[in-house]
Design a protein around this ligand. Structure first.
Ligand code: FES
Ligand code: FE2
Length: 439
């Protein structure tokens, strides 16, 4: 009989007691103390995505976002540079800006009117004579910068720790997953020009993390949205729209057998992925031909390789993912131990036919909006998990499926297949590394 973890003191021994090779304790999802430590040791150390530089194309453009529960502002200054600052007035701490996005000549705090340039420099305070001479000078009252910021192919990241691996090392082989999305654009760039979906659900952040590469659940959780022939969304007219056709699986084959064939895997720092679904490979039609021509004009012989959809979901632990089928990224912000905020950012493939973009937006509306059919299926089961895990009587959550079948290398990567729970186990191992100070 394996022992129960001692939750009284959250030392390394207690934390290690929550995660075993094939199961995790329910406190992993329900303990507020564990959650607080996660914010410090995981979200306080990892590189977190803020958004995409194309959300702020012009000088003065800004978006507000959340990094590990901290409000931040991403803005483009007059010099064209993107800046990432804490959204906290240097006077008495008020959030300076609460609009989701906009364009500002300067940021003005609503409390006493202190003003900041769009690169965060303090630009002045009303009635300055009552401050001692020189008090407001010298940069001491600028908006504080997030300790580290880096950009990869337009995606903007922040890190709350001044130390630790750089973005390049943190992403490692997962950079190719970003490339796989961006290289599908004839212009070699993606653009976040459709706004965002933003919603919350009542479950711990890790339940969603484990779910996104879970091939064991679709035929049950999503039974109502996938027809027997593999067509997703039982919606009238979908098949009449070439660019909007969404087919998940090959026709006339058992769904579960197709899931079992898919490659899954992961890399260092807890990142995981799954291969693309075996959709119809031979896409055709006038829109697709225009897309192919644009890609060939840009990429020449590399066009076919660049056009290929290589993955379905790629998860960048602990906070975001790329979904290739509907062309979006999902930013997953923990709010509390039993609440998570999702931000869905659709991405346009620049230079591709406009019909493809409109189809991608329709697909996002159908699947990943707050009322999207796929998303609401998933949120329902995540909330049920959180509720069930709050109950005593059974302390452990099982992740034994496909145990020891995966191939692991010395660099922290692994490869597996199908409905194995290897991806969740890989995330759990990364969790231990972060939480016990080894990441
Ligand atoms: S709190 Fe911002 S000006 Fe006073
Ligand atoms: Fe799902």
């Amino acid at each position: 009989m394996r022992g129960e973890p001692a939750m009284a003191a959250l030392d390394d021994r207690a934390l290690r007691g929550l995660v075993e090779s094939d199961r995790v304790h329910r406190d992993f999802y329900t303990s507020p103390a564990v959650f607080e430590l996660e914010m410090e040791r995981i979200f306080g150390r990892a590189w977190l995505i803020v958004g995409h530089a194309s959300q702020v194309p012009e000088p003065g453009d800004f978006v507000t976002a959340t990094l590990c529960r901290h409000p931040v502002i991403m803005s483009r200054h007059a010099d064209g540079e993107v800046h990432l600052m804490f959204n906290r007035c240097a006077h008495r701490g008020a959030q300076v800006c609460t609009e989701p996005r906009g364009n500002a000549r300067r940021f003005e705090c609503p409390y006493h009117g202190w003003v900041y340039e769009t690169d965060g420099r303090h630009a002045g305070a009303p009635y300055p004579k009552r401050y001692a001479s020189g008090f407001l000078k010298g940069g001491e009252f600028d908006l504080a910068k997030v300790p580290r910021m880096a950009v990869y192919r337009g995606f903007v990241f922040g890190c709350l720790s001044a130390d630790g691996p750089g973005l390049d090392e943190f992403l490692g082989p997962m950079k190719s997953h970003i490339d796989a999305m961006v290289d599908r654009a004839p212009d070699g760039e993606v653009e976040a020009c459709a706004g965002t979906f933003r919603y919350r659900f009542g479950a711990n952040w890790k339940i969603q993390m484990e779910n996104q590469n879970d091939l064991y659940h679709p035929m049950f959780t999503h039974a109502s949205t996938t027809a027997r022939d593999g067509t997703q969304f039982r919606r009238h007219g979908a098949e009449d729209d070439e660019a909007g056709r969404v087919r998940l699986l090959k026709e006339n084959e058992a769904l579960n057998e197709q899931w079992e064939e898919l490659a899954i895997g992961g890399h260092r720092y807890g990142h995981t992925y799954m291969e693309r679904f075996p959709m119809d490979r031979g896409q055709s039609g006038p829109v697709h031909e225009r897309y192919r021509a644009a890609m060939e004009a840009s990429y020449g012989e590399r066009a076919a390789e660049a056009m290929a959809v290589k993955h379905h979901n790629s998860i960048f632990y602990p906070q975001w993912s790329i979904q290739y089928l509907t062309q979006h990224i999902r930013v997953m912000n923990p709010v509390s131990v039993d609440c998570t905020e999702n931000v869905i950012i659709p991405l346009k493939l620049k230079g591709a036919p406009e019909e493809m973009w409109r189809a991608a937006l329709r697909s996002n509306n159908n699947s990943h909006s707050p009322s999207g059919m796929v998303m609401s299926d998933d949120m329902e089961v995540w909330i049920r998990c959180q509720r069930g895990l709050a109950s005593p009587g059974r302390e452990w959550v099982v992740f034994a499926r496909g145990m020891n079948e995966e191939r692991i290398d010395n660099a922290g990567s692994f490869e597996g297949r199908g409905t194995s729970e290897a991806n969740a186990r890989h995330q759990h191992a990364a969790w231990l590394d972060y939480m016990c100070g080894e990441a």
